[in-house]
Design a protein around this ligand. Sequence first.
Ligand code: ASP
Length: 381
Amino acid sequence: MKKFFSAIIIFGLLVLPSAVLAQKSGFPSMRQLQSPQNPRLGFVIHGGAGVITRGSLSPEKEAEYRKKLEEAVVAGYKALQAGKSSLDAVEIAIRILEDSPLFNAGKGAVFNHDGINELDASIMNGKDLSAGAVAGLHRVKNPITLARAVMEKSPHVMMIGDGAEKFAAEQKIELVDPKYFFTQERYDALQKILEQEKKVKSGESRVERKNGTSQNMTTPNSEIRNSPTLDSPLSTLDFSELPSNKFGTVGAVALDKDGNLAAGTSTGGMTNKKFGRVGDAPIIGAGTFANNESCAVSATGWGEYFIRLGVARDISTQMEYRALPVQQAADSALEKVKKLGGDGGVIAIDKFGNIGISFNSEGMYRAYIDVNGKPVVEIYK
Ligand code: ASP
């Protein structure tokens, strides 16, 4: 009898506080998110975070985004329902987004300072912590597929540039002419930024971050504005009102029927980034992380901040060490990004199928499958 009461007390101490926390987060609790048909399946995607405000997209454009996000989230979820792995679901959904010019990944990748598209991607398997990443690609149609090949068919975790493309050819992964990645909208966005940059260099215009700090890097999602008060002009810059800010990296996180988690992220990086710059998307632990013991995470936003804070890994670690529910862990990591001056967002899913979505930008393209197995697409705050 004594043992029975001790067990009840221990249960109360360990389990109830986290259940209360989960409810407080405003996100569905573990039980609420379990679909009756597929109690252990879960799927969430994002299409980038940034300055996406209500009214900034035409109704037609918004409908296009919603349609593509729904197509991708449904395709990934159907794969899970058909018994495929979380890695398959992540790759399937990300390929759909990479093939669309709407998102800053694959076909719709943004241009770097030299007018070249340089693509990055990564994928991670929560079951055994295997991971694959690629960066600085110019000719790989679907970088996420190459990242998976690095993980599964090479002894390495990360490959870059020409070497990665040589490996893609060996693996018979589709290569395209770099012209394939040209889209007028992205090209125009770069031209606008280059014009602004010229003005800043010639002293005609100056910029300053809203928090008063200066920044000498490309910052598509940042709160940068024209200002007459900055002392030193920036070498490369971007403005939050430019159209490029409404487009982002893509990512997916999944939980399959075997309880395995996976995460993947793919991007063109940031408009006007310096040649050779690599962001967080292909950095395991920064833009992508998955561990069956905790969660799977994919991030989007100002990569330099996400790398320095190891955001994806931080969320997993906070769940492991602090026993935080996934939503709180995601919020806490994003709070650190904000404090440091960066912005962006994350999607995450834990081993029970609870999801966490957090962002400190104006909006984030995102979609998930709800308790009834129905797709939910959201864009704004
Ligand atoms: N995180 C990406 C990068 O820094 C950009 C984005 O998510 O929009 O390359």
